[in-house]
Design a protein around this ligand. Structure first.
Ligand code: ASP
Length: 465
């Protein structure tokens, strides 16, 4: 049993008391007969002082148990830079709980100069630096706010499967081979899109999830490779306006509460049509900040009325601009069913933009199986393929589907912007490298021949192991 612990931040309230502290050696200053050690735990840093016989041989990042007495520092020796600067602990007993090698890099500065692959290899050390710790803490506060807010507003948080069938969001799927049904594969979800729509058929009405999504697409600076986290939500009996105003209130209040130093340049968030955005700003994610050098300015806006389809030149076919479940505007339904003016049809689709980044997107969904079928056909699916891939959804829609719509917001990207970080990887605990290698553990890695045999998979002789 460990002795009752005092967290370092609480030492300031324990002057003259005996305490047990646990933490890492942050630094050691040898003053001959006296040695000063800065001890660090999650809550802060405190100065320890002790006889050189007691504190000799300690090195940075050793983990210690300390018994000692908290004493007020003389006014001249108060350190205003740390929260415990008015006190120090006179050490009576030291126990080294574990030792540490020299670290591969410094963890007390912001670490931005260090090679990123090295930081990711030793991510558990990189996360010791105050900047990264703060990013993790702020992330959890933001998610906590969102979760509580939605629950207070009657949403149910529901988990959906990770091992599932492909849900198209425009990227490649990650496939997982099945051992029980050899030769068949699960796909990791590109989003919980179909499940949240099934939950609407189930009568849940208001759903959300802090969902992990998996997309095998080429890495970009503002896009994490492989997986990312989104706030996914869906509501029944709503139209576009309802979703926009709910999302807007949620994010405005979250910023106010968790990022009070930021100011939102315009409320309600400006709304531009896709056409206006392209015409005026030549992009569908305009950066409407008044002053792009002001790091505390947040400029949110909506882009609405997207085209339903985009023409994929290299594939010579139309694809859904958002995803195939997105409803066309009422006035475009007849043309869609007649397969006319396909490039001009408008969708009930909206994107949420923050400082020039697309940070969310959603739509009102198609609930008429005939219209959904027409979208799939325009995208080039045969009736046979439609049945195979989406038969379950079409069937569900035969049993009383409420009008519904939703949105998903990329939490990594939003936090990157709110934390003024240059990359998504700075706000994710264990992100992948740009080339798709996991932090700390080396994945992807080879599988043993027994594993492959169990899965009924043979490696091509051309592939090196
Ligand atoms: N599933 C969509 C996405 O991940 C969001 C939505 O339409 O609700 O972008």
């Amino acid at each position: 049993m460990l002795e009752k612990r005092t967290e370092i931040k609480d030492t300031v309230n324990k002057v003259s008391k005996k305490v047990f502290l646990y933490g890492w050696v942050n630094s050691v200053r040898d003053h001959g007969k006296l040695i000063f050690v800065d001890l660090r735990d999650r809550s802060g840093i405190i100065q320890l002082v002790g006889d050189n016989k007691l504190l000799d041989g300690l090195k940075n990042e050793f983990v210690l148990q300390i018994a000692g007495q908290v004493q007020a520092r003389p006014p001249k020796l108060v350190n205003p830079k740390i929260k415990t600067g008015k006190v120090e602990v006179k050490v009576e007993k030291v126990k080294i709980l574990s030792q540490s090698l020299d670290l591969p890099f410094n963890v007390s500065d912001d670490g931005k100069e260090i090679n990123e692959n090295l930081r990711l290899k030793y991510r558990y050390l990189d996360l010791r630096r105050p900047r990264m710790r703060k990013n993790l803490l702020v992330r959890q506060r933001a998610i906590e706010f969102i979760r509580n807010w939605l629950i207070k507003n009657d949403f149910w948080e529901i988990e959906t499967p990770i091992l599932t069938k492909a849900t198209p969001e425009g990227a490649r799927d990650f496939l997982v081979p099945s051992r029980l049904q050899k030769g068949n594969f699960y796909a990791l979800p590109q989003s919980p899109q179909q499940y949240k729509q099934l939950l609407m058929v189930a009568g849940i009405e208001k759903y959300f999830q802090i969902a992990r999504c998996f997309r095998d697409e080429d890495p970009r600076a503002d896009r994490a490779y492989g997986e990312f986290t989104q706030l996914d939500l869906e509501m029944s009996f709503v139209d576009e306006k309802d979703i926009l105003s709910l999302t807007e209130t949620l994010f405005s209040q979250m910023c106010q509460e968790v990022f009070p130093q930021k100011h939102i340049s315009k409320k309600p968030f400006p709304r531009l049509t896709y056409k206006e955005a392209i015409k005026k700003y030549k992009t569908d994610k305009p950066d409407l900040r008044k002053n792009k050098n002001d790091s505390e300015e947040l400029s949110w806006c909506w882009v609405v009325d997207f085209p339903l389809f985009e023409w994929k030149k290299h594939e010579s076919r139309f694809d859904a601009m958002h995803h195939p479940f997105t409803a066309p505007k009422e006035k475009c339904v007849a043309d869609l069913l007649a397969k006319k003016n396909l490039g001009k049809l408008q969708a009930k689709q909206y994107d949420l933009i923050l400082n020039g980044y697309e940070v969310g997107g959603g739509s009102i969904r198609i609930i008429d199986p005939q219209v959904l079928g027409a979208v799939f056909e325009v995208m080039g699916h045969t009736p046979q393929k439609i049945k195979e891939k989406f038969g379950h959804l079409l069937q569900a829609f035969d049993f009383g589907v409420p009008p519904h719509g939703g949105i998903a917001a990329g939490l990594d990207r939003i936090l990157m912007i709110l934390q003024n970080e240059p990359s998504l990887r700075e706000v994710i605990a264990f992100p992948m490298t740009a080339s798709g290698q996991t932090a700390v553990m080396k994945a992807p890695s080879s599988a043993s021949s027994e594993q492959l045999k169990e899965l009924g998979i043979k490696k091509s002789p051309r592939l090196k192991s």
